[in-house]
Design a protein. Sequence first.
Length: 126
Amino acid sequence: MQKILSSAQDYLEAILELSENSSNVKSVDVAKKLDVSRASVNRAVNVLKEQGYITQERYSDIYLTEKGLAEARAVKETHTLLQKFLVDILGVSPVTGETDACKIEHCLSDETREKLKIFVDSNDKK
C-alpha cells in the first residue's frame, strides 16, 4: 500500500471512527474530533477525494471508499497495536500511550508493524 501523509491518515482514521458511531459523517464532526478548523477539513477532504480515499457531494456526508476504508483500518489497527504495546507491555500511562501511539503510527514500517503484532499477540496469550 502506498504511504500517504500522516495528516491524511489522521483524517481517514477520524472519519472511520466517526462512521462507526453514526452513518452520517460531516465536516464539522471531523473538525471537532481532530480539533482543527472546518477550512482545514475542507482542504483535506478535497485532497482525499482527488486521491480516491473518500467521496462527498458538495455540503454532504463524507464516505470512505474501499481504498479509504482499507487505509483507515490499517492506521487504526497500527494505532491500537502500538497503544496496547505501550500501555500493557511497557506500562506507560494510558494518556501517554494514546499520544505516543498517534505519533508513532505514521512512521512504522510494515516489517516492524508485523514483528510488533507477533510480539504483542504472543504476550496476550501469557
